[in-house]
Ligand binder design. Structure first.
Ligand SMILES: Cc1cc2nc3c(=O)[nH]c(=O)nc-3n(C[C@H](O)[C@H](O)[C@H](O)COP(=O)(O)O)c2cc1C
Length: 334
């Protein structure tokens, strides 16, 4: 299996990429995942119209640090003119790639004609892409789509072809329809059909949570790169497992002690990168702390306690207690 793909001229390792996740995959999250071997990262989605009208949050959302590269900044919008202007603004932050969101299912986005609403208007989707490609110059433009709007209008292959003709340098496909939101299963058959209908790289996305499901996605769809979203919650290790496999190295899952150390580092990074006071920044870090405890004995109770955390020192104490519980449990079972 070839080890690297090209998005435009940008080389990306053919292991696994981190999916864009608004409200989750912020800079700290992306840095953690890159450090653990994510091949590629994407920013949280940014409103094209929003950044044309105001500077608020633009820098925070669009800044690309070297440790996150290769990284795409993702835009959503429904008007070609605003998309072109937004691309122009985003270029100041030197992203490696500009990605357009045509998959977001939330009413706030869809009701403006953006996100997955564009699955219903292939012509407009192509015009938006064309405008972005023209404005982006040398920087490749990619598009992230769903399988279709609803079960009776699956059109990802047709959509992908139109976007490729409009100049898209790669297509990411989440194998669910808009109507499904996140329910049911992601359909790898649609991703395979997209792969067979375009020449540009296809990024397969949906329900990949570990090495096994990653290899399944590669095998079943023939996609060029796999992208992981929710499977990386509290679990940057998933990228390490996949990276190790492709390097032919052995990978040993982290111990509970290591997990808690990484959790604390993630929390510290969030606090350092936040401009908010510790207590407020900690509110945003709570869910991440909780995710690192998934799958262990007594984790439901501890996750609940994570949602009460208001300082780093409390997180440290909770991690110690959690490790203690797992150790005593291991003692009981040995
Ligand atoms: C909390 C959350 C936020 C998301 N935000 C975005 C976003 O900003 N842009 C985007 O294209 N997709 C977004 N998605 C969709 C994911 O990128 C991905 O397509 C989806 O979660 C399916 O992949 P998974 O099964 O690996 O999670 C989001 C998903 C979640 C769960």
């Amino acid at each position: 299996m070839d080890n690297t793909i090209l998005i435009g001229k940008v080389p990306v390792k053919r292991t696994a990429a981190l999916a864009p996740m608004a409200g989750v995959a912020d800079r700290a999250y992306r840095l953690m995942c890159r450090e653990y071997g994510a091949a590629y990262t994407v920013s949280e989605m940014v409103s094209a119209k929003g950044i044309c009208y105001s500077d608020r949050k633009t820098a925070e959302l669009c800044t690309v640090t070297d440790s996150e590269r290769p990284m795409a900044v993702q835009l959503f919008g429904s008007e070609p003119e605003f998309m072109a202007k937004a691309v122009d603004i985003v270029l100041r932050y030197s992203p490696d790639v500009i990605d357009i969101n045509m998959g977001c299912p939330v009413p706030k986005v869809v009701n403006t004609g953006a996100g997955s609403a564009l699955m219903k208007d292939v012509g407009l989707a192509a015009r938006i892409t064309e405008a972005a490609v023209k404005a982006a110059g040398e920087v490749p433009v990619t598009v992230k789509i769903r399988s279709g709007w609803s079960g009776d209008s699956i059109n990802a292959p047709e959509m992908a072809k139109a976007l490729e003709s409009a100049g898209a340098a790669a297509i990411a496909v989440h194998g669910r329809t808009r109507d499904q939101f996140y329910s049911g299963e992601s359909d790898s058959g649609v991703i395979k059909a997209v792969k067979e209908s375009v020449k540009v790289p296809v990024i397969g996305n949906g329900d990949v949570t570990d090495l096994e499901s990653c290899l399944k996605m590669y095998r079943e769809t023939g996609c060029d790169l796999v992208m992981i979203g929710r499977g990386s919650y509290g679990n940057p290790f998933v990228f390490k497992a996949i990276d190790a496999y492709f390097k032919g190295e052995e990978w040993v899952p982290p111990s509970v002690e290591e997990r808690m150390q990484v959790m604390l580092r993630h929390v510290r990074l969030m606090l350092e990168l936040s401009e908010k006071p510790e207590e407020l920044a900690m509110h945003e870090a709570r869910k991440h702390a909780a995710w690192y405890m998934n799958g262990y004995y007594g984790s439901a109770k501890f996750r609940g306690r994570c949602y009460q955390l208001s300082s780093y020192s409390e997180a440290q104490a909770l991690a110690e207690e959690f490790i203690g519980l797992q150790r005593s449990r291991m003692g009981e079972n040995s």
